[in-house]
Write a protein that binds this ligand. Structure first.
Ligand code: SAM
Length: 441
């Protein structure tokens, strides 16, 4: 199939069934972790080491489909504007209908293909391209188009299907192509044929064991069948492919979107069990190789989901950025991540402090792969001014000294240095997952 035919096959697929199929009047309350990832403050901090102001920021959602991701982007970035574009007019009509009743002036939609992005005649602070790149006949050209409309300090979030994690679906697609079921006009009949075929297989059959995963009600939805067994244009990539693509268009990886889950160290059990040759060579391996080793050993991610930026904008620190976060100092300015800066979290801390119970972050923001953090509620309460405005480390330490004026064991007065050390320790625990962010004075 040539690239024009492929584009037509993709267009036909989404004209027939816009994605996602989520009803337009279904209220969306995304998981806090989704909002955390879609909040542009997260990658901006990793890359620029500053907490960006969302006022006047403009986000482009490329291949926005039926508009659900655009809506999530708007919820995650309340002060920013969101423009969603998609090549499929039916998908854009559904996206417009989805937000019509919300009367949200923050979001607008337009029929436009990736190839036509320069027609927008403007540059963007952040470009989201979720579940699109792996469908394009030429993803490098797609990245080039996005780069052309990206501001110099802007960030692109995009993803590719993993060739390794998804290998069994590619087998299934080939099998259904042989049966004449996988083709660009596939619709309800073909979906039913896939269901019938897969259901007929006993569960020990390898293809069924590796691909057929019914939900809690024992069902596999039509959308899941279309997006996996019948997905037109679907291609898989590896980490070296991703780095090659970025390099060839002059882009550079900032970080994997779910970087906490790409932790090679965890794959060898306890640190002391790690074979010496791995333990010694790991820290010096380039990040590309570390990520590639991870996908070879433990290919759990369907998506290679990444943030990237212009290659000529040098990062403030060496890669991987999440392992080189700043050391905390007395006059640094501390910010709480917006996903925690809610009245619910503030009330939960107050409630724990009142009943002298430890405060756990996880029920409020559960980041897959992140360390479980439980904090003494007294010291957590000394962070509360962060809900109103950023504070210096010193100011938080002073408050902690007021909260706990005496050492509980010796009954000696808590010294300034002691409270500063305890607050610094706490902030160093919270910084790696960006629950807090610090800016240098
Ligand atoms: C799997 S859907 C993803 C929708 C949305 N981004 C999400 O994650 O919910 C892929 C979308 O990409 C769009 N698309 C495919 N090729 C495109 C192109 N060349 N230009 C713009 N949109 C395209 C399709 O029309 C479809 O709506």
């Amino acid at each position: 199939m040539n690239s024009v035919d492929r584009l037509n096959a993709i267009l036909q697929q989404y004209e027939g069934a816009p994605y996602p199929a989520t009803p337009i009047d279904e209220l969306t309350q995304p998981e806090p972790n989704t909002l955390y990832q879609q909040n542009i403050i997260t990658p901006y901090y990793l890359h620029h080491r500053r907490v960006v102001n969302l006022k006047n920021k403009v986000i482009l959602d490329v291949g926005c489909g039926s508009g659900l991701t655009s809506l999530v982007l708007a919820l995650a970035n309340p002060d920013a504007r969101v423009i969603g574009v998609d090549v499929s007019p039916t998908s854009i009509a559904m996206a417009k209908a989805r937000i019509a009743h919300l009367k949200n002036p923050q979001i607008e939609f337009q029929v436009l293909s990736v190839e036509e992005l320069p027609q927008l005649g403007r540059q963007f602070d952040y470009i989201n391209c979720d579940e699109v790149l792996y469908l394009l006949p030429n993803p490098i050209a797609g990245l080039q188009m996005m780069k052309a409309v990206l501001k110099p300090d802007g960030i692109i979030r995009a993803n590719l299907h993993s060739a390794i994690q998804r290998q069994h679906f590619y087998r299934a697609q080939e099998m259904f192509a042989l049966m004449g079921v996988f083709h660009q006009d596939a619709g309800e009949i073909e979906t039913a044929l896939v269901r019938e075929t897969m259901s007929a297989m006993p569960s020990w059959v390898d293809l069924k064991a590796k691909t057929w995963t019914p939900d809690a009600q024992g069902q596999v939805s039509d959308q899941v069948i279309r997006m996996n067994y019948l997905l037109q244009g679907d291609k898989g990539y590896t980490i070296p492919d991703l780095f090659h693509m970025l390099e060839s268009v002059g882009l550079r990886l900032i970080e994997m979107v779910n970087w906490q889950q790409w932790n090679l160290g965890l794959l060898f059990g306890k640190i002391e069990q790690m074979p010496a040759f791995i333990g010694l060579s790991l820290p010096s391996l380039p990040y590309c190789q570390r990520l590639h080793l991870f996908e070879l050993i433990h290919p759990i991610h369907r998506l290679l989901d990444f943030w990237c930026t212009h290659a000529d904008v040098k990062p403030a620190v060496p890669m991987p950025l999440h392992l080189n976060l700043p050391k905390i100092e007395k006059f640094d300015c501390v910010f709480i991540h917006p996903q925690l800066q809610t009245s619910t979290v503030r009330d939960a801390i107050c409630n724990c402090a009142k009943h002298n119970r430890p405060f756990a972050i996880e029920p409020h923001l559960s980041i897959l792969g992140a360390k479980t953090i439980v904090i003494d509620s007294g010291i957590a309460a000394s962070l509360l001014p962060l809900w109103d405005a950023p504070q210096t480390v010193e100011a938080i330490a002073k408050r902690w000294q007021q909260v706990r004026p005496l050492n509980s064991c010796t009954l000696e007065p808590t010294s300034e240095a002691e409270s500063l050390r305890e607050v610094t320790d706490l902030l160093e625990t919270l910084l790696p997952d960006l629950y807090v962010m610090v800016e240098k004075s």
